[in-house]
Write a protein of this length. Structure first.
Length: 455
């Protein structure tokens, strides 16, 4: 291998937790020595104040990187991994201002690093790249986007390019930007509308799930190779791949929601439609009114009914395997099993550990499945951690780490009959997913960034 290529490979693989949920979005950490018990006075190496935000930390061998938002400025922050010291922070001004879900913070999207640079994607600006000394390399303004809850897919590495997925209520696409210049190298239009999960890599293609459709695009040029309908209409969490298996969950409506009750509640002037002064800042209704039908800012019964039809569909958790009979260059999925239960508004992405698939819902409902067969294991609430859950599941050394929005991090034995080993209360709100590497756990709360490590 030529020396330059060898150097690039060594840099790229020096730290695996370089994107949302680590290696290919799996949530699986390698290494050993991860602490089970941690908090303010236990196994804390450092705690550092951070800008407000909900993006998850990513790592190089020497740095921890996050994004933040304050005073209408979109920040990228770089911390020393050993000491927690803020090395630099840079900002760009927020360019757009849209009504989105309150959980979708202006700095909710996790950045990407390749060990040399950091690439931050903000739904209210676009992409900006810095080197690890804080020098801005380029920026690629994008948007405004038209996604009712707000764009939230994180950027992913594609060798010489950075890939961004934009699924919205018109003009959806997936695109690759040159890491050196920010120039768009390729762009593939998509028929899908609205998604929130981050794509993943499988062989030479990127896989997506969006509003009932599975899709695959060549990493080299974005060409669409595969499509498959029949998936849930609303998929918030990211899909995952484990070996030859593909997992996802989502939900859809069983039947259309009638318009009349909405009129009874909100139609103040009794004109038979809903206007901006009636639906106010409801992100879903704002999307109906401004990006569907005639886009005049009002919701008529016909527009309501059309949208209701689009969000009907399956509800549950689904396991597939990649079909070996697919033609060269094509990806086909074959259903292995499914668990048809409500997954409405569930955010955390799944994780597989010790051959067991885990999901967590609001209220701390943890459910385990045999990853190969779908056999249902233990499905109970996590004692002492019953709040909401936005942080995705991660795993290391046969243990699951589940962080609630209240900042309670439960460490759970990865088994069909799982059991809680320890619940650690950080006493701070937490929406970000932990980063894990070499026995170290990095947790971003509303107020701070922590490094925990066993002694």
């Amino acid at each position: 291998m030529p020396r330059l290529l060898l150097l690039a490979a060594l840099i790229a693989h020096a730290e695996d937790w370089s994107r949302f949920r680590g290696p290919n979005g799996s949530g699986i950490a390698t290494g050993a020595g991860y602490p089970i018990e941690f908090g303010a006075n236990k196994n804390t190496v450092w705690r550092t104040e951070v800008r407000p935000g909900k993006s998850s930390p990513v790592l190089t061998d020497k740095h921890v990187l996050i994004t933040g938002f304050a005073d209408n400025k979109l920040y990228t922050q770089c911390f020393d991994r050993a000491s927690g010291k803020l090395l630099w922070e840079k900002f760009i001004d927020k360019k757009h201002d849209q009504i989105t879900n309150a959980l979708n913070h202006a700095a909710a999207i996790t950045p990407l690093t390749d060990g040399r640079n950091v690439y931050s994607f903000f739904k209210d600006f676009g992409v900006v790249a810095y080197d690890l000394s804080g020098k801005e390399l380029w920026r690629a303004p994008l948007g405004p986007f038209v996604n009712t809850m707000g764009i939230s897919a994180s950027p992913i590495d594609n060798g010489a390019t950075v890939v961004i997925l934009i699924d919205q209520l018109g003009g959806s696409f997936i695109a690759a930007f040159d890491k050196k210049t920010g120039e768009m190298r390729w762009k593939a239009e998509r028929d899908e509308f609205e998604s929130w999960g981050t794509p993943l890599r499988y062989k030479d293609q990127f896989l997506t799930v969006s509003r009932g459709i599975f899709g695959a695009h060549l990493a080299s040029n974005g060409k669409r190779t595969s499509s498959m309908p029949g998936f849930p209409a609303t998929i918030i969490g990211s899909p995952i791949v484990d070996g030859n298996r593909f997992y996802l969950f989502g939900y859809g409506a069983d039947s259309p929601k009638p318009f009349a009750p909405e009129l009874d509640k909100m139609d103040k002037n009794k004109d038979g439609k809903l206007g901006p002064d009636e639906y106010l800042k409801n992100p879903l209704y704002n999307g109906y009114a401004h990006y569907q039908g005639d886009r005049d800012g009002y919701i008529t019964e016909a527009e309501w009914s059309a949208m209701q039809q689009r969000i009907m569909g399956a509800n549950g958790l689904y396991a597939y395997e990649f079909d070996a009979t697919a033609k060269p260059g094509e990806i086909k999925l074959r259903e292995l099993w499914k668990y048809e239960r409500p997954f409405n508004s569930v955010i955390p992405t799944l994780v597989v550990a010790n051959g067991v698939l885990f999901s967590v819902k609001n209220g701390g409902i943890m459910t385990a499945f045999d990853a190969a067969t779908g056999k249902l294991g233990k499905a109970e609430r996590i004692p002492g951690a019953l709040g909401g859950y936005s942080s995705s599941l991660v795993a290391a050394e046969g243990r699951i780490y589940a962080c609630s929005e209240e900042g309670k991090v439960s460490v759970i034995k990865a088994a069909l009959d799982w059991e809680v080993i320890k619940t650690n209360d950080l006493n701070e709100s937490c929406f970000a997913t932990p980063a894990m590497s070499n026995g170290q756990i990095y947790v971003r709360t509303d107020n701070a960034l922590y490094r925990f490590e066993g002694k």
